[in-house]
Design a protein around this ligand. Sequence first.
Ligand code: NAP
Length: 319
Amino acid sequence: MQHEKVVIIGSGPAGLTAALYTARANLNPLVFIGNQFGGQAALTHEIENYPGFVEAISGAELTERMREQAERFGARYEYASITEADFKNGRPFRIKDDNGNEYLAETVIVTSGADPRKLGVPGEKEYTGKGVSYCGTCDGFFFRGKHIIVVGGGDSAIEEGIFLTRFASKVDVVHRRDSLRAGKLLQDRAFRNEKMNFIWNTVVEEVVGNGKVDHVRLRNVETNEVYDYPAEGVFIFIGHDPNSSIYAGQIEMEDGYIVTDKHMMTSVPGVFAAGEIQDPIYRQVATSVGQGTAAAMSLERWLSHQEALEEAEKAEASA
Ligand code: NAP
């Protein structure tokens, strides 16, 4: 079985930065790319808030540059997803990928991110990419002059909704309650925006179209009235679900997010986590990069310490 010193699970900004730092520490990391190279960041059309890029850079280009940079220092990539990880039985940790290959890892950095939560209604999956979107910055441009709805009432829904008014002719926010969860400042900006309208106490029951989205079926949760409402785009921002289910019961978590200490170490010594899998709050490329850096530096120090301890134990045993 292949025995690795450092395995990094995930290839978003946190994972690729952890790869760069562990590679530069001569630890020869093996990165499991996962389903989507570059993670959510790679799907972002333009990143305008990553320091150092005066002109915006596409998420795909930024993450590809990160990949090449880490590779230059010895990072290796496996185009596979990890489906099983045994953190219960101590080091080396046994992990398995979706090709059925098993590995032993002395240390692991989990950076498998979080995916946008789905509504789970008919038509949603079918029309994803054909009118249904989970990313205003990625897809807003395609909705110039169109009438769209935004689902959700948190900061993301309102922030993205306001952003989408740059393109859309009208943005209806469909929210299941009669008040928003979003911060007061954002709410004030949204209420002042002439292109924004609010449909309260309402949920989407179905996304309907003919090749592309044409309308949604809405239900008022107070009156139970069901009606069709025109929409050419449906942007869904109802939170994120961390990709942590395979670690359940093995590692400390809170609401599905992996808990780390200030050194990015999880409750299992030798297993670190960085990026959105442990960060429900900031979710920025810049913060993920910082967390990936911290995780890699902590790992390197922790591993050196462990190796020194193990050598001392061996020397004592043979004396
Ligand atoms: P969130 O705060 O969890 O809000 C999710 C919204 O979706 C809530 O309004 C919720 O309704 C609604 N919702 C959840 N499940 C639903 C379902 N199945 N059907 C219909 N509606 C549903 O998520 P978020 O907006 O992505 O924000 C996540 C975190 O990032 C928050 O801490 C937020 O403050 C932060 N954030 C900050 C900024 C910023 O400061 N600029 C920007 C983006 C995100 P209820 O309100 O009824 O629960």
